[in-house]
Design a protein around this ligand. Structure first.
Ligand SMILES: *[C@@H]1O[C@H](CO)[C@@H](O)[C@H](O)[C@H]1NC(C)=O
Ligand SMILES: *[C@@H]1O[C@H](CO)[C@@H](O)[C@H](O)[C@H]1NC(C)=O
Ligand SMILES: *[C@@H]1O[C@H](CO)[C@@H](O)[C@H](O)[C@H]1NC(C)=O
Ligand SMILES: *[C@@H]1O[C@H](CO)[C@@H](O)[C@H](O)[C@H]1NC(C)=O
Length: 424
């Protein structure tokens, strides 16, 4: 159904435009969309939920049908965009979301994605507010309908489009029951206005980002120059600049959209590739260093009360990340010490897991301090303890040694809906 709708809409520019180049370009879009649609069916079929016994840290969910976001597409429709490119933008836009199960609001399922559409040239126009599209059919007909003609205006003021997106999110997302949904603005731009005047898009983009909105940009021209890509990068959230004429573009945007859905509730630190770079690749896992000193057993129960568990350290990378996290948390002082999820059950070291799941036996990586673990039937909990420059594992009595602790939980993402209170 998806493919045939795209095809139907594509016949419009194909028939009405005869220039050879434009025909070829349209053909490229049509062909890549077909491939994409076929590819996606395959991807959908082999989704796998996270398996803790894989002894890897959890990746962000990638279950596109369960995407839950508020998205505003901001599309340049000035004359310079050309009709073929505008149709290409429509195709990419619907292809990004064509697997999402719930477009609009579904009263029975909070995992839904709303998509608003703004076009801009000299002025910006709100084509669809966040409640206009309530089904995939609405999205298809709305997007292709609104993007079926370019404006006669040659002026292209992205700042106006971004400002309208900001007001739309303020009107219909922030401070509403969907306040906790991540918010994404996807800009499709054919040109970039440079210069410090009221048309400079940088302040408008910055004010979105300051409100926590994720800004993605898609260069919507055939031959994007490095300069154009760099200009778009200056308004995007880190790394989220795409090129519509790159073969794999739609797939990359889809990944970025699913990553945008992957976040941690307040007070949690998202586990990621580099502690010092918040935009480095995130894991689907959240850490909460807790500065209240208590026993290992009480720590475990406190984590469980928040639907979390005591943190795992499957790798040196995770261990080091946790050391960096606690170093920047108030209430943790050298020598650092904090409980983690390692504990001994029936003579075996295992990692704590969400309540109801089996604990995971300790595997290859270990980080015991010298002389540890101490053989003792009563020392069945584990804390990290700083010994000079190194921080490593020491086993302790689960009831008698009080110290800080680290809770961990799965991130809020396509596999885990989180409510407004951050409860997974
Ligand atoms: C933009 O808005 C101004 C002021 O309302 C108007 O004069 C102008 O014609 C508009 N431009 C376009 C292309 O619609
Ligand atoms: C925001 O809300 C105001 C007041 O209801 C309305 O006039 C305006 O058109 C809305 N703008 C957008 C972009 O939603
Ligand atoms: C296309 O994008 C997907 C998702 O980002 C990525 O996994 C894949 O490796 C990319 N393929 C190519 C050929 O670049
Ligand atoms: C623990 O952390 C909270 C929140 O960051 C902070 O307000 C409090 O002062 C800290 N407690 C100690 C003992 O540092």
């Amino acid at each position: 159904m998806v493919v045939s709708s795209i095809k139907k809409h594509f016949e419009v520019p194909l028939n009405s435009y005869s220039a050879k180049k434009e025909k070829e370009e349209t053909h490229f879009f049509f062909e890549s969309t077909m491939k994409l649609a076929i590819l996606l069916i395959g991807v959908y079929g082999c989704l796998a939920l996270y398996d803790p016994s894989s002894y890897t840290d959890r990746q962000c969910g990638s279950d596109m049908p369960n995407l839950w976001l508020d998205v505003v597409a901001v599309v340049d429709n000035s004359k310079g965009m050309t009709l073929n490119m505008l149709t290409g933008v429509a195709t990419v836009l619907v292809s990004i979301f064509n697997l999402v199960a719930n477009i609009g609001i579904n009263p029975n399922n909070p995992r839904s994605t709303r998509i608003g559409l703004i076009t801009y040239n000299e002025n910006a126009t709100l084509n669809a507010d966040l409640n206009a599209y309530q089904s995939m059919d609405d999205l298809f007909s709305g997007v292709f309908g609104s993007l079926s003609a370019v404006s006669s205006s040659r002026l292209s003021y992205l700042s106006n489009g971004l400002e309208t997106a900001r007001v739309l999110l303020k009107n219909q997302s922030f401070g509403t029951p969907r306040d906790h949904y991540r918010k994404v603005v996807i800009v499709f731009a054919a040109s970039y206005y440079k210069g410090s005047s009221e048309w400079d898009p940088i302040p408008a983009a910055q004010s979105l980002k300051d409100d926590g909105v994720i800004v993605m940009t898609v260069a919507s021209v055939w031959d994007a120059t490095t300069e154009f890509m760099n200009d778009l990068a200056s308004i995007s959230s880190p790394g989220l600049v795409f090129d519509i004429s790159a073969q794999n573009d739609t797939e990359m945007i889809k990944s970025a959209v699913m990553m945008a859905n992957c976040y941690c509730p307040n007070a949690y630190i998202q586990y990621r590739e580099l502690f010092e770079d918040k935009s480095s690749t995130p894991y689907g896992s959240c850490l909460h260093p807790n500065n209240v000193s208590t026993s290992w057993k009480a720590s475990q129960l406190n984590c469980r009360n928040r639907k979390a568990y005591l943190a795992t350290e499957f790798t040196q990378h995770k261990h080091d990340f946790i050391v960096e996290s606690v170093t920047s948390t108030t209430g943790f002082h050298p020598p650092l010490s904090y409980h983690i999820g390692l504990n001994q059950v029936l003579g075996k070291w295992v990692w704590d897991q969400p309540q109801g799941l089996p604990q995971i036996p300790l595997q290859s990586y270990s980080d015991w301090n010298p002389m540890y673990p101490i053989q003792s039937s009563s020392m069945n909990g584990v804390e990290n303890f700083q010994n000079g420059q190194m921080t490593g594992w020491q086993n302790i009595d689960q009831l008698k040694v009080s110290t800080n602790y680290i809770c961990e939980s799965y991130a809020c993402d396509t596999d885990n809906y989180c409510d407004a209170n951050g409860n997974i």
